[in-house]
Design a protein around this ligand. Structure first.
Ligand SMILES: [Zn+2]
Ligand SMILES: [Zn+2]
Ligand SMILES: [Zn+2]
Ligand SMILES: [Zn+2]
Length: 625
């Protein structure tokens, strides 16, 4: 037998069992020729009796598993039965047992996910777009807003499209049904196991059967909990992760509920299997645990928020904005106030100084105290003049901005690499100036992003986007042109006015939103942009970390994949694209991957091709290279 991990595991189990039963009459019952005393009461009674010794041995293992008080040995005995499941099924069909082991589980599927669960499912991760299918299913099982409603459709869709997802679901079900996780206190006994060996070997090992079984039986609640149990196990694998989410979100509440109810499920299955094992007709066991799981899911546990908790200051900012708009207050946008507040935050971290700045700007001490104690609310707005409201709003904005903006100095070797790459890019190496609008939080850098088309990757983009030059010199003290924000925030939905025409309430809400955007852009256009030099710096702004790519000098956003192609942080685009050269005309702008016939390797494969060549060769199938 080839020495694989599963055979290693096999040897381990065998060793432990032989050690435990050494010196008893059972010590030879685990290996051919399976010598052991006759069992009085057989649980497993295969129809054909070709291998009496093996049948007796299996019944001995079952007997031992029922009698032992040693939990560890009990687990090993079940594991041993699982390893022999193929032999058991073979004898059922009237064949002889072979000496080979067929592992019941395919563990390989799980290996790649542990790290990604931490990065892409547990908080603070939020985005679900473009996620791996399996990770998306797992994120639905997380203790947040209840997500079971569309689980059925998604499972059906993913399992149909993707074999990997389907195999993953099978493994997760096996693990939960048989109780194979380390945290399981209750294992399924042989009677139940035997039925599921058959189910996993003959029935749902066919994808079409699985899909029908899942769809017609409405088994989503069962699968929902299987995914939850897998998640609990995954988190338990890494102690530090467990400790962290326990401290911040009390993970153990969720963990306990899931582990306990899944143990209960296996207990229920054990009762049913004992009762029905010898009957010819077996009821749908999984359905019978589902009514129990449905009861459990009524006490839904929600630990993670799907929307961010808003602090007092950011809430106050939003409310003040709304108030100013809805009351149609005539507010002067005072640059000096905004500037002054921002300068204060740049010079101190002392909260008291921040609040004192409000008094300096003319707010009454009583009001400032109320804001400080977070009790200044909507009823108090009337007490303030429009300009004081503006000052307070600006105060909130600046505090929030200060909290979410960091400038990091990069280590020297990064600086050196960036200087080199800038020189290569545009023959200048002393600065990488860009802009951010601190009013509407719009980033004016061209951020590179991975895309199939080099046109959309921003790889060749230079300069800044959405920047307008204010050439109205008359109002300025200096005779300088100013760069201001050119983003006039636009409506999200096209033709929304038409759509809301009949609904008065919705219409006024929409109009109010529009007014807010106008107010914002009015302030945008009057405020000079914040100039930022990215050379040697990384800017954290609005939950994004941006810096220069160390190999091409373009501006990129840091994400978990930034180290995928190199040990230095890079934009990914410059590492991916050099390979994307059109196979026909050798230009570097490829958009398509086309199936071609390679004469040298005498096989079909996909190759990059530019748009022009794609059009030319579209008529000449197959494309030969
Ligand atoms: Zn729920
Ligand atoms: Zn702006
Ligand atoms: Zn790059
Ligand atoms: Zn071409």
């Amino acid at each position: 037998m080839k020495r694989t991990t599963s055979s290693k595991r096999c040897n381990y189990v065998l060793e432990k069992l032989k050690l435990h039963y050494s010196g008893t009459s059972y010590c030879n019952c685990f290996e051919p020729p399976w010598l052991c005393p006759e069992v009085e009461e057989c649980v497993w009674k295969p129809e054909s009796n070709k291998s009496k010794q093996f049948t007796n041995a299996v019944n001995t293992w079952i007997d031992l598993s029922k009698k032992t008080n040693n939990l560890f040995i009990k687990k090993q005995l079940y594991e041993w039965l699982d390893m022999n499941h193929a032999n058991i099924l073979a004898v059922d069909r009237g064949l002889y047992p072979v000496e080979r082991f067929f592992p019941l589980e395919k563990k390989g599927i799980f290996n790649t996910f542990l790290g990604r669960i931490i990065m892409e499912i547990l908080p603070p991760c939020k985005n679900t777009k473009g996620k791996n299918k399996i990770l998306h299913l797992l994120s639905k099982a997380c203790p947040k807003r209840c997500q079971i409603r569309n689980l059925k459709e998604i499972v059906l869709q993913y399992a149909t499209e993707d074999d990997q997802t389907y195999l993953f679901l099978l493994e997760v079900m096996k693990k939960s049904l048989l109780g194979k996780y380390n945290h399981c206190k209750v294992q399924l006994q042989f009677e139940g196991r035997h039925v599921f060996y058959q189910m996993f070997s003959y029935q749902i090992s066919q994808k079409s059967f699985f899909l029908k079984w899942f769809e017609n039986g409405n088994h989503q609640i069962f699968l929902f909990f299987c995914l939850k149990e897998y998640l609990c196990d995954a988190v338990r694998q890494v102690k530090t992760v467990y400790d962290y989410i326990e401290k911040h979100w009390k993970w153990s509440i969720f963990d306990k509920q899931v582990v306990k109810s899944m143990d209960n499920c296996r207990k229920i299955l054990n009762t049913i299997s004992e009762r029905e094992y010898n009957l010819l007709h077996v009821s749908d066991w999984i359905s019978s645990i589902e009514s129990f799981l449905l009861q459990v899911s009524k006490q839904h546990i929600k630990l993670f928020r799907t929307t961010n908790a808003m602090g007092y200051i950011s809430k106050l900012k939003v409310n003040l904005n709304k108030y100013i708009i809805s009351e149609d207050l005539n507010v002067d946008i005072r640059q000096d106030v905004s500037r002054f507040l921002w300068e204060i935050t740049q010079r101190t971290t002392d909260k008291n100084v921040f609040y004192y700045a409000l008094e300096v700007l003319g707010l009454e001490r009583e009001v400032v105290e109320k804001v400080k104690n977070e009790i200044f609310c909507a009823l108090d707005y009337k007490m303030l003049s429009p300009n004081d409201l503006f000052t307070l709003k600006e105060f909130c904005r600046v505090i929030e901005l200060h909290k979410s903006t960091y400038n990091f100095v990069l280590p020297k070797h990064y600086y050196d690499k960036q200087v080199l790459s800038l020189k290569k890019r545009e023959n200048k190496n002393n600065q990488a100036i860009g802009y951010i609008c601190f009013i509407c939080n719009d980033i004016k850098f061209f951020l590179t992003k991975l895309s199939d088309s080099s046109r959309h990757s921003n790889k060749l983009a230079r300069g800044s986007l959405r920047v307008v030059v204010d050439n109205d010199i008359s109002c300025c003290h200096e005779n300088n042109l100013k760069f201001v924000c050119g983003k006039k925030p636009e409506r999200h939905v096209k033709n929304s006015k038409k759509k809301w025409k009949n609904d008065k309430k919705a219409l006024t809400r929409k109009l109010l939103k529009e007014k807010q955007r106008n107010f914002l852009s009015k302030q945008c256009i009057q405020t000079p942009l914040q100039e930022i030099d990215l050379l040697g710096h990384a800017i954290q702004f609005n939950n994004k970390m941006i810096m220069l790519c160390s190999s091409c000098g373009n501006v990129c956003m840091l994400d978990p994949e930034s180290f995928k192609y190199s040990v230095n942080i890079n934009c990914k685009v410059c590492h991916v694209s050099p390979r994307d050269i059109c196979i026909k005309c050798n230009t570097e702008t490829t958009c398509n991957k086309i199936l071609v016939y390679n004469q040298r390797r005498t096989k079909f494969h996909k190759a990059p091709m530019c748009n022009n060549c794609t059009n030319v060769y579209a008529q000449k199938q197959p494309v030969v290279i």
